[in-house]
Design a protein around this ligand. Structure first.
Ligand SMILES: CC(C)(COP(=O)(O)OP(=O)(O)OC[C@H]1O[C@@H](n2cnc3c(N)ncnc32)[C@H](O)[C@@H]1OP(=O)(O)O)[C@@H](O)C(=O)NCCC(=O)NCCSC(=O)Cc1ccccc1
Length: 313
């Protein structure tokens, strides 16, 4: 089988995800908001996975940096691999995700190193370090640099994060049997690369209802949904970041905490923002995500810290 969009001959996966309300969505790697991220990963062993993501101009924040929602998206993606290996045969859903900036990713690629921390009966916890690859695209070279004994040889840490996954029955995820990171140990895997015309936020189709109040909406479409039929955790992080930035447009997000409480039943996802701190050099915004089509059922709670952009410091 040949797939011209696929750089390493890895078959792209299509699956019909059914949400908790029984709505069917055709979820495909070829038609995802991440299709032009240039995602390449390697499962180094059963407990560690490394991923890189291109930082093209389309994906940059208004300050030219890698948006925190984008870092959260790729962090969610790569940490799920050691989680799925550890949780097998269960599937996983992201329950909590935190990401704290140590610096800005300005050159790229974005590199995320994820390591299994704890396997429990109900949850699996995976830590992640985010680096600016500074032009290096070779994952084995990056892993060696991260592991270097001399701290001066290591890439600069851009952020540190922690992701808690809840165990779900494997039947919750359509296409689960095609996604088997435990069989990919040592393999470099490139996702299908399909160009997308729009920049990161416009492509999601976010509707701004009231910027000053952080009120935005996003439909659940196959473009942003995952195998269990809800809006991907990373997209919810991007939505929360966008809402916080709508309230404080002169700043740029550096940290995010997401608590995913329920899965989208109907959609759209709607945000409500509250500024909980305004200081000289930063603000903190709390964002509530609800399912507007399901009696405003709470989907997630987010806290976003925003700072002055690096060029203005
Ligand atoms: C499930 C939980 C995390 C925990 O809640 P609790 O209160 O502890 O449990 P709850 O009472 O709600 O469950 C009772 C029972 O139902 C089971 N079950 C649950 N769901 C399903 C299902 N869909 N289908 C079938 N069964 C389901 C559940 O196992 C349990 O079974 P049991 O009774 O033990 O036999 C909940 O807070 C939640 O859904 N949060 C939102 C999570 C979220 O949306 N995250 C963001 C998107 S994820 C993402 O993006 C990842 C990604 C990364 C990278 C790339 C791609 C993807």
């Amino acid at each position: 089988m040949s797939d011209p969009a696929n750089r390493n001959g890895i078959a792209s996966t299509n699956s019909v995800a059914t949400s908790t309300e029984g709505v069917q969505l055709l979820v495909s790697e070829m038609n995802s908001f991440m299709s032009d991220f240039g995602l390449v990963s390697v499962q180094l062993d059963r407990t560690r996975s490394l991923l890189r993501c291109d930082l093209t101009d389309k994906l940059r924040s208004h300050a030219g940096t890698a948006p925190v929602g984008l870092q959260a998206t790729v962090m969610d993606f790569v940490t799920s691999d050691p989680a799925l290996v550890a949780a097998a045969p269960d599937w996983t859903a992201t329950q909590d995700l935190s990401l704290h900036g140590a610096g800005w990713v300005t050159v790229g690629p974005i590199v995320v190193d994820s390591t299994l921390v704890r396997v429990g009966k109900k949850v699996v916890v995976v830590a992640a370090d985010v680096y600016d690859g500074n032009g290096c695209e070779d994952l084995h070279e990056l892993a060696a640099a991260i592991d270097a004994a001399d701290p001066r040889s290591r890439p600069t840490l851009a952020a540190r994060g922690l992701v808690t996954f809840a165990r779900l029955p494997r039947a919750a995820a359509h296409g689960a049997d095609e996604y088997t990171p435990d069989r990919w140990i040592g393999q470099i895997r490139s996702r299908p690369m399909v160009p997308i015309e729009d920049a990161l936020y416009p492509r999601l189709g976010i509707r701004v209802i009231d910027a000053a109040r952080g009120e935005l909406e996003l439909d659940r479409t196959p473009f942003v949904a995952n195998q269990i039929g809800t809006i991907m955790g990373g997209v919810q992080a991007l939505l929360a970041e966008y809402a916080a930035n709508a309230m404080r447009p002169e700043l740029v997000a550096s940290d995010i905490q997401m608590n995913f409480l329920a899965q989208v039943r109907v959609g759209p996802a709607r945000t409500y923002g509250t500024v909980i701190r305004d200081d000289a050099d930063h603000s903190v915004v709390s964002v509530r995500l609800v399912d507007a089509g399901a009696d405003e059922m709470i989907l997630a709670l987010a806290t976003v810290t925003l700072r002055k952009p690096p060029a203005h410091r």
